[in-house]
Ligand binder design. Structure first.
Ligand code: NAD
Ligand code: DAU
Length: 344
């Protein structure tokens, strides 16, 4: 497949954090492409993330569930000529803590939904499929080493196990049917539009209101943080230039223990470290993630463009100037979730 065949991108989960950032990026750097966004609008899906692009002539929203073949068909019909359609699959249940509270929705959307989508896309004959996966499928690292594409899969949470299941189904579709799919595995993202159950927006929101910042365990768990715009550009690279059947790790070489990240946020906001509150650890908490992204750098020429020093203040400023967006998300269901997760 050559990249210039793609005229339409069908995105699943485009109303979520990374999906909406991906659509914003396409509007900016591929303005002539059509975009079909298939999203079920779960608690994590928010059409408000897309108000700036929803009136673009080439944009279509399809409200639907990837587990339902008829919904996927509607989206594929809206996308049109399959020879010109690339699919970017981001729809998922994505929060580890929720998967610990109950794994079933994760298996349903992440595993079953992925198979429904694969079957429909294969039957339609779409030209390219990118499955957006996660570094969590590799499990946890000790103090040394990095996740490479050939690191054995060893997921530890119901979330990461369900993502691993979906990766293997994508792999099988390529191996058995020659389905033109790539898999990406990225580290922790940060940036605008992230649902405030995740660490960074959660602590920015709480710190702004001088509320306690809940830190699991000893706070020395390490994550490899990448600005979301860099991730979306990497996904686009894989969509346009990746080799079918290949896995590409994505990361920015930016490892930080959680405590350091939280202190950086507090310092940027001018808030006291006394807000840090150690709480009960996440069961089965992976100690360290770190990505070796040499393959995508060497083979596709992708490089992250944002440093943490630049993108953290950008991110914080975005949340400061979008207080109403945050308030709306933190009302309703989120309040119940927060109470259950942090108060008992
Ligand atoms: P998110 O939770 O913010 O968004 C998920 C989106 O999927 C929402 O819009 C939701 O409505 C939609 N969705 C959920 N179930 C659906 C269903 N059955 N049918 C249709 N739509 C459905 O997630 P995110 O953080 O943007 O992550 C997007 C993808 O990237 C996920 O596959 C995740 O595993 C992966 N990923 C995330 C990160 C990260 O740091 N956030 C890092 C690496 C990989
Ligand atoms: O690595 C990629 C993954 O990153 C994605 O696949 C997931 O979809 C995404 O949610 C993220 O998973 P994490 O579990 O790493 O992200 P989270 O923001 O939930 O937590 C980041 C770290 O902060 C982790 O070590 C747990 C810790 N944490 C989190 C929360 C919500 C706390 O200490 N306190 C908290 O309240």
């Amino acid at each position: 497949m050559s990249a210039n065949q793609i005229k339409t991108v069908l995105i699943t989960g485009g109303a979520g954090f990374i999906g909406s950032n991906f659509i914003h990026m396409l509007a900016e750097i591929r303005p002539d492409w059509n975009v079909v966004n298939l999203d079920a609008l779960t608690y994590a899906g928010n059409l408000e993330n897309l108000t700036e692009v929803e009136k673009n002539p080439g944009y279509t929203f399809v409200h639907g569930d990837i587990c339902k073949p008829e919904d996927v068909k509607r989206a594929l019909d809206a996308a049109g000529d399959p020879d010109q359609v690339g699919v970017v699959h981001m729809a998922a249940e994505s929060h580890v803590d929720r998967s610990i509270a109950g794994g079933l929705p994760f298996v349903t959307t992440n595993v079953l939904g992925t198979q429904v989508l694969l079957d429909a896309c294969r039957a339609a004959g779409i030209t390219r499929f990118v499955h957006v996966s996660t570094d969590e499928v590799y499990g946890s690292l000790g103090d040394e080493g990095f996740f490479r594409e050939d690191t054995p899969l060893a997921p530890n949470s119901p979330y990461s196990a369900s993502k691993t299941g979906s990766d293997l189904l994508v792999r099988a579709a390529f191996h058995t049917h020659g389905f033109p799919a790539c898999i990406t595995r990225c580290s922790n993202n940060y940036g605008p539009y992230q649902f405030p159950e995740k660490l960074l927006p959660l602590i920015i929101g709480n710190a702004q209101e001088d509320k306690p910042l809940p830190i699991y365990g000893d706070g020395l768990y390490v994550r490899d943080w990448l600005y979301v715009r860099d991730h979306t550009e990497a996904i686009l690279k894989v969509l346009e230039e990746g080799d079918a059947g290949e896995v590409y790790n994505i990361g920015g070489n930016n490892e930080l223990p959680n405590l350091e990240l939280v202190k950086a946020v507090l310092s940027e906001l001018g808030k006291p470290e006394s807000l840090i509150t150690f709480v009960k650890d996440r069961p089965g908490h992976d100690r360290r993630y770190a990505i070796d992204a040499n393959k995508i750098r060497m083979e596709l020429g992708w490089e992250p463009r944002y440093t943490f020093a630049d993108a953290l203040p950008l991110t914080i400023r975005w949340y400061q100037s979008n207080g109403e967006w945050m308030d709306r998300l933190r009302s309703g269901e989120y309040r119940e979730y927060y109470k259950l997760q942090y108060d008992g």
